[in-house]
Ligand binder design. Structure first.
Ligand SMILES: NC(=O)c1ccc[n+]([C@@H]2O[C@H](COP(=O)([O-])OP(=O)(O)OC[C@H]3O[C@@H](n4cnc5c(N)ncnc54)[C@H](OP(=O)(O)O)[C@@H]3O)[C@@H](O)[C@H]2O)c1
Length: 249
């Protein structure tokens, strides 16, 4: 059975990846900070899908947490989903610097280090895949969150250019607004986001897995967001930023 390690696997998109990969008969390694919730998630997946599930509690904003996950990855994983992430309440330059740095550690340092931990084994076996969860925000200049996600997209494409191929796939996943715990955790007001822009986590994961199988390097689930990104690339950056600031954070 292939093994998938998913960070941020207890809620939202990570939990949707866990359900999908369990249904595809992957053995799972679930990473998040909340140990009780990890254990409950693992029990539900084992019961429903009959797969092996390991839990690995770790805070990816810490060296110690990252080292534990790196060490498990070096034992061998076939699919790595770098999904853990969060938004900070407030906007640059009013967010305290320690929270900004935590976000960079989880969004960028963890993605870099866990990818580096996974690649040697994947190259030795000449197979494997890495999905780095970025965001549609990566294509717009909307503060430090979007800047960190732009790094994830650029890094994933660069890594795919350097070491990717038909048997080692590296893909950035760029969802739009998804109904998860993300916005509530970041105390974000979502009342300005039109209903038609919300995606379901399971739909995002289904499209991501299809794009991964097709060998895409950047996946933008759903036609609505493909269109938004395409139009965004055509208009001047200033106008793009103004319009995107009108439709939520
Ligand atoms: N929801 C959206 O609209 C949206 C849109 C585009 C991109 N994204 C991206 O999608 C990814 C998943 O977000 P989501 O919406 O599914 O969020 P979510 O529902 O809030 O889930 C976040 C998950 O990450 C874990 N996590 C958070 N900080 C962590 C840390 N320091 N170390 C380890 N695990 C951590 C959480 O568990 P613990 O709290 O137990 O650690 C939880 O399992 C993120 O990278 C996010 O930026 C989300």
């Amino acid at each position: 059975m292939p093994t998938a390690l998913i960070t941020g696997a207890t809620a939202g998109l990570g939990a949707a990846f866990a359900r999908r990969l369990a249904a595809d008969a992957y053995s799972l390694v679930l990473v998040a900070r909340d140990e009780l919730r990890l254990a409950q998630t693992a029990d539900q997946l084992k019961l429903r899908y009959g797969v092996n599930v390991e839990v690995l509690p770790a805070d990816l904003a810490t060296d110690e947490g990252l080292a534990r996950v790196e060490s498990r990855i070096r034992e061998g994983v076939d699919l790595l989903v770098n999904n853990a992430g969060f938004g900070n309440a407030g906007h640059f330059p009013h967010v305290p610097v320690d929270r900004e740095v935590r976000q960079l550690k989880v969004h960028c340092e963890a993605v870099l280090r866990l990818t580096l931990a996974a690649l040697p084994g994947m190259r030795e076996r000449d197979r494997g895949a890495i999905v780095n969860v970025a965001s549609v925000a990566a294509f717009f200049a909307r503060g430090t969150y979007s800047a960190s996600k732009a790094w994830v997209v650029n890094f994933s494409e660069s890594a795919a250019n350097e070491v990717g191929g038909p048997r080692i796939k590296i893909m950035a996943l760029c969802p739009g607004f998804v109904r998860t715990e993300f916005h509530q955790r970041a105390s974000m007001d979502t009342s300005g986001i039109p209903g038609f822009l919300w995606l379901k986590a399971d739909d995002v994961v289904r499209e991501a897995m299809r794009d991964l199988a097709l060998g895409k390097r950047v996946s933008i689930p759903d036609l609505r967001y493909k269109a938004i990104v395409a139009v965004g690339r055509l208009v001047p950056r200033g106008l793009q930023t103004f319009v995107s600031s009108r439709i939520g954070k």
